[in-house]
Write a protein of this length. Sequence first.
Length: 204
Amino acid sequence: MVMNILGQIGWTVAYPGLFYVMVVFTSQAFVFAFLPFILYSLYRCFVQLTYFPWAFRMRRVLQEYPWQLLKGVPSGLGKYPGTSDDGMWFEFRNPERFEEKIPMVFIKHQRSYWWMKRLEGPRTKAHRRAQIEPLWFAGDPRFLAVVAAPARGGDAPKRLHMLYQRSVFDNRGASGAWAASSADTERARRAGAKNLETMSQRSA
């Protein structure tokens, strides 16, 4: 979160700063040399702004669920069988029914390109796949969670990313029939999950 704030400040300053230098100090012959940097700084500024709401949501999840280190978590590129969303996915075990598998699809893709290069796929390189093994995980796959890659040395999480079941934030989304106790549902609510009444009705 701190690094994101610093990044936001840096890219917000970079965009008008580069534009000012181009207009005031640069001749027309060098405009095209500055233009790619200005456009990229504008893009990064936009990306950083869209990340803030998700950063606060991840903070709520991490306040409620402790980090776990999971090894050998199945993942893939493309549509997970039985889901309505295309994209990348992780497969987790149901906390109450370990034999049951629950997919969590990357619904938001603005900052997920790094993950796409490391999930299991026909072209995924082994050394890149190793960068998310073991996987840092905090949450409940029936509702919402935060995943992260291990930092160098494996003693801290980095590259945090929010995963959630679509129905948690969108009452029009399809809900999986994964039963949850009232305690688990209340815990997910404190972590920021919504539409839990609708989900419980569909699961009943």
